[in-house]
Design a protein around this ligand. Structure first.
Ligand code: ZN
Length: 329
């Protein structure tokens, strides 16, 4: 009987993989190096190795797998199962991931954007359970988002909906690799917050972090800013508040546009918690439309490091389920 679902979270450094039972409880989860420098064929082989380690090595046959989902970074076409381009994977262009996997497995395989599989995870099994309108932010090295609107995940014409990180906040701001400048993600992200901190140091401000690093600015991290905030370091407090305030203005736009019931903050920088979210909530409360802002909760994600694999598995189950329904009709 097909009782298990597999989720793969394909990252530039590691492939995370999870095997989940019918109730989506983890049976086994693991992580192996991606070895992306060796090219697409090698990466696909590494994914198959992870699947074997989850199943055969665990006494579970491939016939017991209902379906598999994969979160893949970069541009892709989820309907065709085609990964068009992924910036952190050398030589990775027009890789037909689903067709490649079909040659090896009897169960269906589905791919989607890495942020969107996180959205499926939090929506179906995490902080967004029972919500029909929600936005998930992944706040890490960069800033991404996924949207559920009136019970449906938004994709857009080129499957690019939800690029909140490229919302323009300043006409003449920091340059962005998208070709524009002043994009929200250039400020509200681990890299962005550290850059704000460094700009203030360059302007002559002082911080306890300079003592920790011996003045070496290149080793400053977002986590250090969080730790300095806890010691009431004035510069760290100011940078955290400014970052939260800017995110609050961005989310006020999102709330006015989409009227979500909940905004979920995930990703590594979500660990800053209320240090960041207090300013976010205050800014939203002051600037979003009163009815929309007042009916939207801003909360932390629940699934943590499991979000990618569990989300990919949940996504696959939903795609697989809708295919069965469509065939029946
Ligand atoms: Zn941009």
């Amino acid at each position: 009987m097909n009782t298990y679902t597999i989720g793969i979270d394909l990252g530039g450094t590691n492939i995370k993989a999870g095997l989940y039972n019918a109730e989506f409880a983890p049976v086994r989860e693991l992580s192996i190096p991606t070895e992306a420098a060796n090219g697409p064929a090698h990466v696909l082989e590494r994914i198959r190795l992870a699947v074997s380690m989850l199943t055969v090595d665990n006494g579970i046959s491939l016939q017991e797998i209902a379906c598999m989902g994969m979160g893949v970074p970069g541009l892709l076409d989820p309907k065709e199962g085609l990964s068009i381009f992924s910036p952190n994977f050398p030589g990775w262009e027009q890789v037909h991931v689903v067709n490649e996997m079909k040659q090896h497995y009897c169960f269906p395989v589905f791919i989607d954007n890495d942020v969107r599989v996180n959205l499926y995870g939090e929506w179906l099994h995490g902080a967004g359970r029972d919500c029909s309108n929600l936005v998930l932010l992944t706040l890490g090295t960069g800033l991404g988002s996924g949207i559920v609107h009136d019970g449906k995940v938004l994709y857009g014409t080129t499957f690019s909906a939800g690029e909140i990180g490229h919302m323009n906040m300043f006409r003449q701001g920091r340059p962005c690799r998208c070709g524009s400048s002043g994009c929200l993600g250039r400020y509200v992200s681990a890299v962005g917050m550290v850059n704000t901190f460094k700009e203030k140091l360059a302007a002559g401000r002082e911080s306890i972090i300079q003592e920790w690093t011996g003045g070496a600015e290149e080793v400053i991290t977002a986590k250090m800013i969080s730790e300095a905030y806890d010691l009431a370091d004035p510069l760290a407090v100011e940078v955290m508040h400014e970052t939260g305030e800017l995110l609050g203005f961005g989310l006020a736009n999102v709330i006015n546009l989409l009227n979500p019931e909940r905004i979920i903050i995930g990703g590594g920088m979500a660990a800053a918690g209320d240090r960041l979210l207090q300013s976010v909530r205050e800014t939203v409360s002051a600037h979003a439309l009163k009815l929309s802002g007042g009916s939207c909760d801003i909360v932390q994600a629940e699934l943590g490091s499991r979000a990618g694999t569990l989300g990919a598995a949940a996504y696959a189950q939903q795609r697989f389920g809708s295919e069965i329904v469509n065939k029946t009709i």
